[in-house]
Design a protein around this ligand. Sequence first.
Ligand SMILES: C[S@@+](CC[C@H](N)C(=O)[O-])C[C@H]1O[C@@H](n2cnc3c(N)ncnc32)[C@H](O)[C@@H]1O
Length: 217
Amino acid sequence: MTAAVATIRAHTVLTPPSLVPEILLYQATELTAIWQATEAWLAVHNVSDPPFWAFAWPGGQALARYMLDHPARVAGRLVLDFAAGSGIAGLAAARAGAAWVEANDIDPLALAAVGLNAEANELAVAALAGDIVGSPCRWDLILCGDVCYEGPMTRRILPWLKAMAGGAEVWIADPGRAYLPADGLESFAAYDVPTSLQLEDRTTRRAVLYRLLPDAT
Ligand SMILES: C[S@@+](CC[C@H](N)C(=O)[O-])C[C@H]1O[C@@H](n2cnc3c(N)ncnc32)[C@H](O)[C@@H]1O
């Protein structure tokens, strides 16, 4: 067992997220413990990402719910779960009948979690490591759950995602984060996602699914 897998197994429980009972994820039950454990792992491996992968964020849950309820939108397509965290959106795409699913995250622990979660659900999701912002499009559908929570990150990924939207469908699922762009988005579904007060400042967040419109130029 790798150190990453051991860290994940030791500090999480295999449970379904609130809105998606069909999928099991290795999730943290207590924020402080997972944060401390991850910091210890980070210190050894010299990286600095917080344990986003240990939670199913409202955006990822809304994407998963939509795809499981509308499998025809996903079936047979080449799918990228971008900034995948636990991989919840990619797992739902695979369950909904996507032809091929890749999950990308810059956090290596997230990719290890995606592998464990895929195995637990008997689904095929390929882990795509590293920073892929700027790479050419080879997908039909790009899923982005909860990616507008930080200014520098959003400013960096959005121009690339808009360029991708010229050749693929790009879905952003957002629960009201500060850096969601004010225009260039077309909403097509929304869900009230039960959330934990440990992570959010309320017990429910409304996550809206948007199609990102390509640049007009
Ligand atoms: C709030 S979490 C959302 C995770 C998942 N999509 C969900 O909805 O549950 C944001 C994720 O973005 C990842 N991330 C941040 N910058 C990234 C980048 N440049 N490329 C890929 N992933 C990135 C983080 O590591 C983290 O896992």
